[in-house]
Design a protein around this ligand. Sequence first.
Ligand code: ZN
Length: 493
Amino acid sequence: MSQRTRLVRAKVAGSIYLGERTQADGSVVPSWSSTPEEVLTWLCDGFRFRFNQRRSTRSRYLTCEDRDGNRVIVEDPDHNPVLLPLGRRVDDLSDKQARQRHSHLAAMPSRVLQATERIERTDWFAAAKRRRTNVARGRRPGAMPGFRSKRDDARFVCWHNGGENAIYRRCGRRSGIVTISGQNPRNHKAPDGTIRWQIHLHVHLSQPIRPYTSIRVNLTRREVVFVNTPLPITGRVRSGEAIGLDRGVVHTVADSNGCFYDAPDTRIISSKIAWHQRRMAKSRLVAERRDRDYRGSKRYQAHKAGAARLARRQARIREDFAHKLSNALVKEHDFIGIEDLRLSSMTKRARGRGAAAKSTLNRLLQNAALTRIASLVDYKASLAGVHLVKVDPAYTSQRCHRCQHTVKENRESQAVFSCRRCAWTGNADYNAAVNILEAALERWARTSAAPPAAGSDADGGPAGSKGETDPRKGPGAPPGGTCDEPRTTRVAA
Ligand SMILES: [Zn+2]
């Protein structure tokens, strides 16, 4: 995780060699600058240039269309795919060679040039992995990344490397300065004869900066991001509590203690976004009637920006909820059981659409919310040493958590569960969450190297039932006593 700060202003100490510039009359002259905007743009351009040089060493498959019009990979006689370079030219240069060959890289700090290698590599292999995952899940793989364009955000990365460059200094409660330093080449000293130069980035922050490994400057968005390792969950005490989580019908998440958590309602924002989108469609229609490009319309751009702003706001609200809830869950429990949404989404998709379209959409949204919470719980749990077990949710909503009786008819309605055998009646989501916790504890006891409750399987429930084996002896004493009825309806803070 990383810390985002706002770039307030930049100052340059010294004069920086920006390379050779071609003038209007065709003559080539060296140029220096101490204008912050010009210097930052030069850094971003240089970073992109070097990134693209590294990217040019990657290759792509040669494809062609077969008789049915599908794109297929061309293979050589040995059935190996034919590879082509990604761009028109391959620039396989070291940083030193690149500096010598391109004058605008000559004064670039080495911690900026070096960062391109890692950034390019991560970008490339993350995309390759994403494609493999997509294919494995039956989705379209998506394209591999290409070169960075001038139209993309102007940005660069500078390594910190334990204090070698991009040094941060705090100078107020909410402000600090990052200093990036470098030097001009010896044959292109600044006009006043100096070699060294510095750029001071004044940033506005909302929390103290933790130790970081690099900074990312996005000039277009005016932000500086400190890249650092995730903060371990602080203030956690071993509670011995275990909890199961289920996605709810009415609430976003239900837990096995009978608590429900609701994601903030952002329907108002959604409707505002839809309004902007309707206006966009209208101005598009008007522009087309007048035979103009709708993208040039000020009104269209204003609505587009408005919709994007609201969508970002909505995403922030959801993200805030997911972070707060996952934090609280990891902080208060030593064991978390959660349904494996990857398994359930597969089975759910097979259902029809039509009349159930709205509830399907709702379910998708809740799935998305729980997926996000699950992924946050996952990484926070691994930091805090909390056991997280994912279980197959099959039948967890139909099985009675008391007597293990599993029939479809137990589910009286979407929200109410009423057991046909033992007549337990209560909230269906709570029942499912308890089942998930029990399945998770059982699975954990089976897979962990030294099951803490080995041999105590005897006190199982009714004949042939699974579950209820030893949930009370798992990683600690789980939810106090028997809690059959949902106790509290807690809406997460
Ligand atoms: Zn029952």
